[in-house]
Design a protein around this ligand. Sequence first.
Ligand code: HEM
Length: 499
Amino acid sequence: MDIPIWLILALLCIILLYIYSQHPYKLWKALQVKGPEPKIFFGNIHEIFGPCGGKETFAKWQSRFGRVYGIYYFREPALVVTEPDWIKQVFIKDYNNFRDRMAFENNILLNPELNTALFFARGDDWKRVRAIMSPSFSIAKIKGMSETVNRCAQRLGEHLLKFAEDGVPWQAKRMLGAYAIDVITSSGFSIDVDSISNPDEPFSSHGRSLFVFKESFKIITFLASAFPVVMSPISKMLRIWTFRNDDMEFFERSIKLLMRQRKTDKSDIYDILQNLMEAESEESPEGCKSKLTSDEIVAQGIMLFIAGYETASSTLQFLLYELATRKDVMKKITDEIDDVIGDQEPTYELCQNLKYTEAAINETLRMYPPLSVLTRECSKPTKLFHLNLPSKTAVIIPVYNLQRDPEFWKNPNEFNPERFIEGSPSYRPYNPLTFMPFGIGPRLCIGMLLGLLEMKLALAHIFKRVSITKATPDILLLNDFTMVLQPSTPIKVYCTPRI
Ligand code: HEM
């Protein structure tokens, strides 16, 4: 009997699909690492993306498998770690082997403009770009930026005072996001936009939409990760990327225009863009270790908007939300701002003396780390303690869970800035490897000092003028899809002028 050719082909496809689907899920069993049972194509990711979200799923897995266990991020093996010694080994001691971040979905969905941006750059490219960018974020440079950031913070304070006088609530993320955008445009690019008074200002509206992900994006991410071979050409052809094309085009256009203007009228501006432009080279960066191409400069510029927009504004909104129910903490912050700054203009040096305010910021970052998960990936076969990890194995640190772990933090769900104040009854020396909202090791956040200054100046100008009376929603639910922590419902803040 002749077997029809279509049947043979169909059977062959089924067998190949079966082999393709089973192939990656062997590593953890072979290394005798415990972990949840993977599902074909999706590994364990359906649980992280499911209704419980990452935070609850990681907590559940930790209680079942301990502080080091293996999962599959779609088809990629990833070791999940909340054991401080292991974190130290990956992020600090053996950082040379774990320099790169995990390439989620093999970075198939990453907008091509961002391939060389510091956050996503890999290997020696990352090293070169980081070395060029680091001087822009030194203490001396941040001090130099403080007047500019202060002007933005003053505008924020004055604007919120108007809301308070009119008895109108304001949407926290919108106002604080506009402030974050103003800080980046002015300190990074010396453009004085006022997105706080003008929410339709294009820098602000494009910045805002960067982190608005539609439900359909979840499905695309799923498909891209499960079927990278099929989805890679489709996403290229249809230009389906993580960040919206029109936002990318706007930032790219604006940065290129600025670069052209600066080349024609040589100015004495010295900001982050100028620092990057001084490293510009016509040649390919290969072989010239301290240079950037103009596309790489644009990539870093766009990156600053992405990295600086969400993080500081998100931290400030969670802090103000907490203060609405913690009037005792708000009073201590207000008193400290009155004592340390009073009627003076806040400066970098004065902000260094806002110790209680800094503790409240730290406590917010502990409870609400803007990046709820950090990752690294080994670039070659690596021995991590007793485990022989093959090249490209990822390590995932669920920072949200680490920073709310009762073994490391007493009453972890209680907002208590005093736990960061030495000498206070709640203070306990903590292990820095259990508090990493800015990351840790050589690849930690490059904008940390700027972010901290930006938040302190904002608080100084807000609490000089207003007090918070209430914030909604009454019950705060958190969403951590894409590993960026956000409130499920926008936070609204009600203020009253200070008398
Ligand atoms: C509250 C404020 C901020 C927080 C909590 C924060 C947090 C983080 C975290 C967790 C990382 C990853 C670190 C790691 O993997 O170890 C990161 C990286 C980064 N951040 Fe921030 N960030 C903040 C503000 C900023 C600002 C204001 C900028 C610049 C304008 C910035 C630029 C960057 C860049 C470029 C990277 C990539 C660094 C690299 O890969 O070398 N961040 N940030």
